[in-house]
Design a protein around this ligand. Sequence first.
Ligand code: GLN
Length: 486
Amino acid sequence: MSISDWRKQLNEGNVSAVELVKEYIDKIQLNDDRIHSYLTLNFDQALAQAEKIDNDRIAGNELPPLAGVPFGIKDNLCTKGIKTTCSSRMLEGFIPPYESTVTNKLWKAGGILLGKTNLDEFAMGSSTENSAFGNTFNPWDISRVPGGSSGGSAAAVASGMCMSALGSDTGGSIRQPASFCGVVGLKPTYGRVSRWGLVAFASSLDQVGPLTSSVSDSAEILQVIAGADSKDSTCLKASVPNYAKELCKPIRGLKVGLIKQCFDQPGLSLDVKNATMKAAKDLEELGVELIEVDCPCFNEGIATYYVIAPSEASANLARYDGVKYGYRSNEEQNISSMTSFTRSEGFGNEVKRRILIGTYALSAGYVDAYYKKAQKVRTLIRRDFESAFNKVDLLLTPTSPTTAFKAGSHTNDPLSMYLSDLLTIPANLAGLPAISLPSGFDSNGLPIGLQFIGNVLDEAKLLQVAYQYEQTANVMKNKPDSDFIS
Ligand code: GLN
């Protein structure tokens, strides 16, 4: 059910918020032992909030825009009084004393927290297999990964275990799991949405965004979470347009660029390529002009990201020293060995790998060769996009080179895992908004994702084109049968 359908049901008194929340709780109780989307459940509070919304409605009070919408929230967003672990032993018992700005805005808009969703530890990964608290599985085929790092959120939306979810995206962590799970994932422009209360991974790249079952739901949630925040100095002061109103504006005459470099990737699956070309054709039929564009540095994104993101992560994760937050080792002899033991025991292997890469790339003698060089390439990637957006309104690519892979198939080969984000990372490096939505199914019946990348703060156009493509293509009408997808 979409948010607007739900609003209608609630306002007309056909279904109460308590009934709706109970339905989602039943679904979680039935299915989550096999999918494992949730780390922490919040049912009592959710039911109490739903009851309050029902009472408000009966009293004739005007209901806020997301009244009664049940959410799953990625467990790297701080929720006051509710565990926030980042899927790490390091923060296993951490209960934040404050609420993140985005979740605060959701609750003010009537949203309800069902629970906190699983992720790769500190959002480092592409499969939700790097969680200290167990893997999440893909509801389309539970032998496969849901993508990552927001895999718990994507799998929960796909399997009807929440109406909508929030994730975070540093290099693709909203869009790639959205693509693997057949849902819609939006990464806003860097700075469009406040990150206050998001546990930092790579601060020049991180953004929060929605995972939803439709583009219009994505627009509704962005509307609530976007906008300036005095608590986050990187949050832009720009005004927020009415996204829902723009969805139906005509797209005839818009120009959509196909990035040449995306389509000759050796790892690009044929089914994914064909679905993307078919989507391009559908857009052409809607009156969009397709133009091939050249982004010569696009494929340098991965190498650039895997210097910049670990460098920033190594600095951000220095705060986990066993003194201020979370886990502290019992092996302590003095302050220095306490910190070493704490970090050795508290962090998982992928997090340690990133910290090692990051401290190496930033160390004296290597900083010019690695970190500073990566920053220069980042500028070149940004310039490629700037010149592309002189010619086109939006860019179109597949979201990920493949569909969901088998659990365990990439765990011993980090490089093959990193390649999963080849097509999503450049938008983070350039700070651009991008959305992933379903474009079809592959020969195994797994969802394929399509990505639109927009110019800075042009989420309205991104949502508008995505919405009209979604309405025309109606991809879900051909969805294969699955035990977990209704
Ligand atoms: N998969 C990428 C990584 O491991 C991106 C993660 C993210 O966007 N949080 O760094």
